[in-house]
Design a protein around this ligand. Structure first.
Ligand SMILES: [Zn+2]
Ligand SMILES: [Zn+2]
Length: 170
C-alpha cells in the first residue's frame, strides 16, 4: 500500500516498498497501459515541516508501435522526487505540481494519487518496435516489415493531372 504514516516519518526516515497491481483502482480511468504490477521503492523523510519522498518506480507498459501498430513492451523505470507540505489554498494554486499537499488532519498520507501522476507523466507517447521499422503501406495496408507489397509511390499516371497530360500528347 502507498500509505505513509506521518507520525513515523516525524521520528525518522521511513522506507516504503511494494507494488500496485495493474488492475488496482488507482489506475482506473487513467489509460495507463500497465501490463504488470508497478513496483515502488520509496524513502520518506521530514524536512522541517515538509515531507520529502524519493525513490524509484518500475513497471511494464504495453504500448504499440507508432508506425506498424505492433504491441511493444516498454519498461517504465525512473526515479521520483516529491515534496509534500502544508499549503494554504493560495499556495496550492501557486505551487501546483511542485509541492504537494499534506493532509489537513490525521497522520496518514496517501501517496497513491502522487505516484499515479508521476507514472502518467512517464508513459511514453512515441514508441517504435524498432528504429528501422518500415511501418504499414499507406496504400494497401501491408506490414512492410514482413513483406514487400509492390505498391509504388503515386506516379503521374494516377495524379489529378494525368487526364490532362494524356490529352496534351494525343
Ligand atoms: Zn513497428
Ligand atoms: Zn502496398
Amino acid at each position: 500500500m502507498l500509505l505513509l504514516n506521518l507520525a513515523e516519518v516525524a521520528r525518522g526516515p521511513v522506507r516504503l516498498r511494494g507494488e500496485v497491481a495493474s488492475d488496482a483502482a488507482l489506475w482506473e480511468n487513467t489509460g495507463i497501459p500497465l501490463s504488470g504490477p508497478l513496483r515502488f521503492d520509496l524513502d520518506a523523510r521530514s524536512v522541517g515541516e515538509a515531507v520529502l519522498v524519493r525513490g524509484e518506480v518500475d513497471g511494464p507498459i504495453e504500448s504499440s508501435c507508432r508506425r506498424c501498430l505492433a504491441p511493444v513492451m516498454v519498461r517504465l523505470h525512473d526515479t521520483v522526487d516529491m515534496l509534500f507540505d502544508r499549503l494554504t489554498p493560495e499556495e496550492r494554486n501557486e505551487l501546483e505540481g511542485e509541492v504537494l499537499s499534506l493532509p489537513e488532519r490525521g497522520d496518514v498520507l496517501d501517496l497513491g494519487p502522487a505516484i499515479r501522476e508521476q507514472v502518467l507523466l512517464r508513459v511514453p507517447d512515441y514508441v517504435l518496435c524498432d528504429e528501422s521499422c518500415r511501418g504499414i503501406c499507406p496504400r494497401c495496408g501491408a506490414d512492410l516489415n514482413r513483406q514487400e507489397c509492390g505498391c509504388t509511390a503515386p506516379s503521374d499516371d494516377e495524379g489529378p493531372w494525368s487526364a490532362l497530360k494524356k490529352l496534351r500528347f494525343e
